[in-house]
Design a binder for this molecule. Structure first.
Ligand SMILES: [Mn+2]
Length: 624
């Protein structure tokens, strides 16, 4: 469960890069993620303009890096050949593990630490050397310490799920839960081992559990999967084993902070249809220091990757930093009334491995009469790994799970998920499994529409009902090249070898805008960038800005309507073609031969010469 900002599209690029090994992809994503972490600027107050500027900085720099993707990969390929064991430690001194930690270690220790880091995605070597009961800074906002809570609160079962987690990290999770939950409120701890292969998680973990249970019989329960079920079904396994009236579902790489439980149990006692997330702080994966995170709601983008959100305006107006924060979704760890969780349908167990279940739960709870909130006074520190253990083909699982959510819950907005993933709405060739029981659940619970949810619960989300075509944009003159947003520094679009990653996403709207790049998820993110004719040169400018400045951002794109279904007006055909002409300047977007250019062609605006373009997916007829 990790929700850093702005890294998700980069992760998704991994799957598409054919012929690239996962390891190289991991290195790349890990590197970008680290980069993001270092440029991430916390937003303390709702100052939209400031935030936009900061976000823009992030995004631009990320995109810049995407553009250098090929070089990065090539470099890693060249560096990849196995090096002799003894030199490995020195060879990897540039690992992000050693940027802020471990300078004094011997080469042998560095080698061991690095090996563990590569396995776990965090510094298990250091974790093994830190006390299990180490203190945490009390990061609760002012006011939390003075709150009073009812004498009688429901008991909670805490579930930790893991697969091949470092033993010391699991034990610290357990310790912090025991130390910082009032004993009369903590009924039991449930460990769900999703079929780890790691030896220390067998005998050694059992020894520890036996030792605790010798004092408190049955206090720690262990559930072991015979085969790997993934994070989603692991959480449900933990819930099934739980017996307290409230269940807390957590990763096993967390540390509970003081006073976390009382606010949560109070809110659930008041209303059992509330699903609660604590506020998260970060345990840095390299030096295990605690990094305070700003208060945030939890949402998602149109690919359904989770993300932190600025709390809603209504919350800021309260000027009470202890007040619950309304949240459109969950990032993955949450606390719920045990029976209510069953009534609303647990998690979607038809989902595989990782991702999407947290978004689905948030949408479902809201649409079906419950609510989701984040509590500022309840804080948990969580290790954001440098890379995930599930990473093999992670994105494919997230995409499949996202399509299940889209098909069951999103009504006419399901197209947004397909558009964001840049896959056709009809026959995308992805088996999402059986969704009939989830659809029946929605009917049984008489849930509201997704439009209601967007308007009432997640108004920050951008709607894209005006998009009529999307995909990559290719010119008939040279069909192995695609329109690409290019190096961002000058906002100059280019033609580049087709790779289909987000820099080549093109969206054409009914108001005849051509937008390039990632589909901006919320109003707090950068606006989309529009193709604009600036003094006869193609440029990319934020659409809202270009519109306000009355720039030349409208393009006529007439395609041959060869095969539109007369009933649905839908067409999934890919090879429809037509010129792209600016409405006001009348110039056409075309290719011009240029031997100086890397691929022999340059993108220009010129007098129309009859060149044709095609876009991959048509949602509605372009002539309508
Ligand atoms: Mn996690």
């Amino acid at each position: 469960m990790v929700c850093t900002r702005k890294t998700k599209t980069l992760v998704s690029t991994c799957v598409i890069l054919s012929g690239m090994t996962n390891i190289i992809c991991l290195l790349y994503v890990g590197w970008v993620t680290n980069y993001i972490a270092s440029v991430y600027v916390r937003v303390q107050e709702p100052v939209p303009d400031k935030k936009l500027d900061e976000d823009k900085g992030d995004t631009l720099r990320i995109i810049e890096r995407l553009d250098h993707l090929e070089n990065v990969i090539k470099q890693h390929i060249q560096e990849a050949p196995a090096k002799p064991e003894e030199s490995a430690a020195e060879a990897f001194t540039d690992s992000s593990l050693f940027a802020h930690w471990g300078q004094d270690l011997s080469p042998e220790s560095r080698r061991i630490a690095l090996k563990q880091f590569q396995y776990y995605g965090y510094n298990a070597y250091l974790s093994d050397r830190l006390p299990l009961d180490r203190p945490l800074p009390d990061l609760r906002p002012n006011g939390c310490r003075n709150l009073s809570f009812p004498d009688s609160l429901p008991e909670v079962s805490i579930v930790f799920i893991f697969v091949n987690e470092a033993l010391s990290v699991i034990l610290r999770s357990i310790h912090s839960a025991i130390d910082r939950t009032p004993p009369h409120l903590l009924k039991e701890i449930i460990l769900v081992d999703d079929n780890s292969s790691n030896e220390e998680l067998k005998e050694k973990l059992k020894d520890y559990v036996d030792k605790v249970n010798a004092h408190k019989p049955g206090f720690i329960k262990v559930v072991r999967h015979n085969k790997q079920e993934g994070l989603i079904r692991s959480r449900v396994s933990g819930w099934r084993a739980a017996t307290a009236p409230v269940v807390a579902l957590f990763d096993a790489h967390v540390e509970f902070n003081v006073g976390w439980a009382e606010p949560v149990l109070t809110r659930i006692k008041e209303n059992r249809k509330r699903i609660i997330s604590p506020s998260f702080d970060n345990i840095k994966y390299d030096n295990f220091e605690i990094e305070e995170y700003p208060l945030a709601a939890q949402g998602f983008d149109w690919e359904l990757w989770c993300r932190y959100l600025n709390p809603p305006k209504s919350w800021w107006k309260l000027e009470n930093s202890t007040a619950p924060i309304r949240s459109p979704a969950l990032i993955g760890c949450f606390i719920v009334d045990r029976q209510y969780f069953q009534e609303i349908g647990l998690l979607d167990e038809g989902m595989e491995v990782y991702g999407g279940e947290n978004v689905e739960l948030g949408i479902r709870v809201w649409q079906c009469g419950g609510s989701v909130e984040v509590l500022p006074c309840s804080r948990i520190a969580h290790i954001e790994r440098a890379h995930k253990p599930y990473t093999e083909d992670l994105t494919a699982h997230v995409r499949r799970n996202a399509l299940r959510v889209a098909e069951v819950w999103m009504d006419e907005f399901k197209s947004h998920v397909y558009m964001a993933w840049n896959i056709p709405l009809e026959d995308p060739g992805i088996d999402i499994g059986d969704i009939s029981t989830r659809k029946a659940l929605r009917k049984k619970l008489q849930c509201k529409t997704f439009r209601w949810y967007l308007v009432s619960v997640y108004p920050e989300m951008r709607m894209y009902s005006d998009i009529i075509a999307y995909g990559v944009l290719q010119n008939s003159l040279k069909s192995d090249l695609c329109l690409d947003q290019g190096p961002d520094t000058e906002n100059v679009p280019i033609m580049y070898l087709c790779h289909g990653m987000t820099p080549q996403n093109v969206y054409y709207t009914s108001s005849q805008q051509l937008q390039l790049g990632v589909l901006s998820p919320t109003v707090d993110d950068d606006d989309n960038r529009c193709l604009v004719d600036v003094n006869s040169r193609p440029r990319l400018i934020e659409c809202s800005y270009a519109k306000a400045k009355r720039m030349k951002l409208h393009w006529h794109f007439s395609q041959l309507l060869c095969c539109t279904d007369p009933l649905t007006r839908l067409s999934a055909l890919t090879f429809q073609e037509g010129p792209i002409q600016n409405q006001r300047s009348k110039r056409c977007l075309e290719l011009q031969e240029n031997s100086d250019n890397e691929f022999g062609f340059q993108l220009v605006l010129q007098k129309c010469s009859g060149q044709h373009w095609s876009i991959t997916n048509i949602l509605r007829s372009l002539s309508s």
